[in-house]
Design a protein around this ligand. Sequence first.
Ligand SMILES: NC(=O)c1ccc[n+]([C@@H]2O[C@H](COP(=O)([O-])OP(=O)(O)OC[C@H]3O[C@@H](n4cnc5c(N)ncnc54)[C@H](OP(=O)(O)O)[C@@H]3O)[C@@H](O)[C@H]2O)c1
Length: 269
Amino acid sequence: MRLAFIGGGNMGEAMLAAILEKGLSTMDNVTVSDISESRRQDLKRKYGITVTGDNRRAVSGSEVVVLAVKPQQVAQVMSEINGGLDASQLVLSIVAGATIGALCRGLGYDCVARVMPNTPARIGEGISVWTATAGVSKEQRAQVAAILDVMGRQVYVADERYLDMATAVSGSGPAYVFLFAEALTSAAVDIGLPGDMARALALETILGSVRFMQSSDRSPAELRRMVTSPGGTTAAALARLEEGRFIELISRAVKAAYQRAKELGSSAK
Ligand SMILES: NC(=O)c1ccc[n+]([C@@H]2O[C@H](COP(=O)([O-])OP(=O)(O)OC[C@H]3O[C@@H](n4cnc5c(N)ncnc54)[C@H](OP(=O)(O)O)[C@@H]3O)[C@@H](O)[C@H]2O)c1
């Protein structure tokens, strides 16, 4: 597959790495355009792909053009490549908030897929939610599905409104989990565990609990009740989390991310 990435930052690189590692494309067929010279050199050295600082040149000849710049940068990028796309190309945007409408207007082009991936894609463990315009052919939908498959799981939605919601849950979600791991590790150190042991216990606990949830028919709430005996140690900890309104706090955090995704969408119009 001939691919062009506009923006080779964190998420662009995560996608690129998964695509090359799983053999969906090869280094000779991938071009990354990034404004930063040091970033370009870093990607060239790591992956052997072609790099350029010219967005318009990058898109020429590629089957799929991945827009992987920040929401604040997308209007500029779209104005640069507007008029440079031909009818056979597919634009795949991962830009948070940027709506299909805004993308089609900005690009002057209507063959667009909008995807919300997440960073575990780097190791093929991501989850992506996506939709596409009517202009995207069956073959191009299969190309999107193939790209998302090498990055992990995928959920197709016909209703674009779910994209901003997914941004707040799965797109930003890895950071919530990283923060929880950070907090658990630091609390473990506070009560006296050595740093490397604290980190191992925190990470293995998160991993094991997630696998346990995946393999069980019970809901997370049922599993939590199952492992919490009245008057026990877990109950003592959960009482503190309840006191700090943990569930409400997570809800407020997700709503803030959702609101921000919608705001970024309006500023990209
Ligand atoms: N990171 C995530 O977890 C995640 C998850 C889902 C979706 N996304 C979406 O993915 C997109 C990229 O996020 P990211 O975290 O990868 O951001 P990032 O690390 O900042 O990557 C964007 C890259 O594009 C470069 N760039 C800036 N302006 C450009 C231009 N005009 N032409 C070409 N390249 C340009 C940036 O260079 P400079 O650094 O020099 O500006 C940077 O290297 C965002 O829209 C975000 O919403 C991210």
